[in-house]
Design a binder for this molecule. Structure first.
Ligand code: ADP
Ligand code: ADP
Length: 238
């Protein structure tokens, strides 16, 4: 579902304090340098690497949230560069589910309404939204939490609501940025097992430095300073 070919991503800091401190020149950081990766349905891929190595940046490119400075990103067979901002938003809505470390649920809405939200954007009927959201909440083990608001749910439950929301459009690709970063290990295990199940029929890409999360993945892409490190055999990773 997603291919990244030889991408660079160079970010320019905005001309805030940094610009002034450096005498007005615009400092830039090469967040990614010639990275390639292809992810396929049925794969659970982990992106590993220390803080600042480019994990989030790569995930954002895979998800079409960002465009590369050089190189190409293909999402659902389409070169994202041939789309404008709005076209990419649509492509993302239809083909990618995104899970964040801090859940990003709307506090005023019930779990079911949060899950249904992407379908509102797609203009689906109320009946379909309700049915799909309910089915997904059942699937992630939250059938008894449909009308609870995020504030009434534990961290693990909120993350499973976020996962259900990521799945509601039936995306080929699900990306998760440090999905267990805020969770204890028992809760993490439950969230990881949910993601692992999802990877049976979709591509799941997880960025993390949590060893428990990385161990759950089928394959790892290791980053350091924005470049890919040589992959090691799976047994060496533990
Ligand atoms: P990771 O997810 O592995 O911690 P990131 O992809 O967030 O790494 O960051 C890669 C590089 O890009 C780092 O050097 C980081 O400082 C830089 N970076 C990340 N976000 C921004 C931003 N919004 N503006 C400028 N630089 C950024
Ligand atoms: P953190 O927990 O460190 O804030 P998150 O995983 O919650 O990180 O979010 C990662 C980044 O993605 C943040 O910079 C956040 O602003 C951005 N982000 C969150 N939600 C969205 C979204 N729906 N679309 C695009 N970017 C988002």
């Amino acid at each position: 579902p997603a291919v990244v070919r030889g991408v660079d991503l160079v970010r320019e800091y905005d001309r805030g304090a940094g610009g002034i401190l450096r005498g007005g020149s615009t400092p830039s950081v090469r967040a990614l340098d010639g990275v390639s990766i292809a992810v396929h349905s049925g794969e659970f891929v982990g992106i590993a690497g220390p803080s600042g190595s480019g994990k989030s940046t790569l995930l954002h490119l895979l998800a079409g949230l960002d465009v590369p400075t050089a190189g190409a990103v293909e999402l659902a067979g389409e070169d994202i560069e041939s789309y404008g901002e709005r076209g990419r938003a649509r492509l993302r809505l239809e083909h990618v589910g995104i899970v964040f470390q801090r859940f990003h649920l709307l506090p005023a809405l019930s779990a079911r309404a949060n899950v249904a939200l992407p379908l509102v954007e797609l203009g689906r009927s109320k009946a379909e939204r309700r049915e799909r959201a309910s089915a997904l909440l059942e699937e992630v083990g939250l059938g008894d939490r449909m009308t609870h608001k995020p504030g009434q749910l534990s961290g693990g439950e909120q993350q499973r609501v976020a996962i259900a929301r990521a799945l509601v459009t039936e995306p080929e690709l699900v990306v998760a940025d440090e999905p267990t970063g805020e969770l204890d290990s028992e809760t993490s295990a439950r969230v990881l097992s949910t993601l692992d199940d999802i990877a049976d029929e979709r591509a799941v890409v997880l960025a993390s430095h949590d060893p428990q999360a990385l161990e759950t993945c089928d394959r790892l892409v290791r980053l350091r300073d924005g470049t890919r490190r040589r992959e090691r055999a799976e047994t060496e990773l533990r």
